[in-house]
Design a protein around this ligand. Structure first.
Ligand code: ZN
Length: 158
């Protein structure tokens, strides 16, 4: 039986990435992060996690938000799934960088209730980008592209 991580890797890679970005390296990076996300002993089933690929239009329609993000289960019961809503409209490697960022939030844990001030929020976003980048430690050729995406997003959170 194919694992959820493998099914999701093939779906994102084959259905949403443009052919010129379907390289072995990017597929390995995508496969590894999805395996981490679906890893039974880390986030699942303690916190059920799913990745849902959505177009920009669909993101706005259901979330009023075009950006990739994670929905936390604040009740911490296994009945309400946590979800990563992944904007797949870019169809290039930024899909994977955004997924690495959301994975970085999973590693970091849910925001605490006293968070919400802008400085702390910015720190939390920065930590998520830093956590995600650890998954690229064997791929220095992608660091500049990842950093560019991180910078773009960090400046938009303000
Ligand atoms: Zn974030």
């Amino acid at each position: 039986m194919e694992s959820r991580a493998l099914i999701m890797t093939n779906e994102i890679f084959n259905d949403f990435m443009s052919p010129e970005y379907r390289t072995d390296e990017l597929k390995t990076i995508l496969g590894n992060v999805l395996e981490n996300i679906y890893e039974p002993d880390s986030f699942y089933p303690k916190h059920i996690v799913g990745v849902i690929p959505l177009t920009r239009e669909r993101m706005i329609e259901i979330e009023r938000n075009p950006n990739t993000h994670i929905k936390w289960n604040h009740v911490l019961t296994p009945t309400k799934p946590q979800m990563i809503l992944l904007n797949i409209s870019a169809s290039d490697e930024t899909i994977i960088w955004d997924l690495l960022h959301e994975y970085g939030h999973l590693v970091d844990g849910p925001p605490s209730s006293e968070e919400g001030n802008r400085l702390r929020e910015h720190d939390r976003e920065k930590r998520a980008w830093d956590n995600g980048k650890k998954e690229l430690k064997d791929y220095p050729q992608f660091h500049a592209s990842y950093d560019k995406r991180a910078k773009e997003c960090l400046s938009s959170y303000r």
